[in-house]
Design a protein. Structure first.
Length: 79
């Protein structure tokens, strides 16, 4: 007598989670470090009255924008 196999749900199967790609998080950490360095440089240059502190401030603003874009992208990927 042949036994029929019932299709039962495999309880050991765990569906893969939707993981966020790792490169945006790495870029986020790098940009956070760069932003910290630029903020420190801005304070040092502004404290000494150096006219280049505005250039450092502008590049720091670019890092903030890049950091915001990466954060929004990672939040979108986590949904």
């Amino acid at each position: 007598m042949q036994r029929t196999r019932r299709l039962i749900e495999d309880t050991q199967y765990i569906p893969p989670k939707r993981t966020v790609a790792q490169w945006p998080l790495t870029m986020l950490h790098i940009s956070a470090v760069v932003l910290t360095i630029q903020i420190a440089a801005w304070f040092i240059l502004a404290w000494n009255g150096n006219p280049y502190h505005r250039i450092v401030l502008a590049s720091g603003a670019q890092v903030v924008v890049a950091w915001f874009v990466v954060m929004m992208w990672s939040i979108k990927e986590m949904r």
